[in-house]
Design a protein around this ligand. Sequence first.
Ligand SMILES: [Zn+2]
Length: 138
Amino acid sequence: MARKRTEITGHAFLHRQDGQRSLPLNTGVDLTMDDDGVEWGVLPLVGSREAEPVASESVHVTRYMRRVVDAMERATPRPVRAVPKPVSAKKRPRPAGPPPTAELCPACAGEAFPGCQLCAGVGAVPHERAREWRRRMG
Ligand SMILES: [Zn+2]
């Protein structure tokens, strides 16, 4: 079964550890896989854009590299796009009422009468003023 040509390009930021020796391996990657084999082009991050090709025509090596690339794909988090939920009419924000520090004017019952002695036509008063008004009115 013929598999199409696969290209992997980008950068690899890896770390090599051989006993006491520790080296960063930061390179550009230009990897191609097809039925003829696999070729991993190693590019320096700076300077030359000439890749050093490391190739194999072995079916086993090519299958192995496909497994590595498939595992990389599985391990890569998929970008999650937030989909705005439709807002039902019930849940739509209601028109702004009195701010939470205030309440409907108890004198005019929030009708905002222009001549209201308590709220002066605003329709809302701070809780404290409403409480005091109720106390005075008994
Ligand atoms: Zn009022």
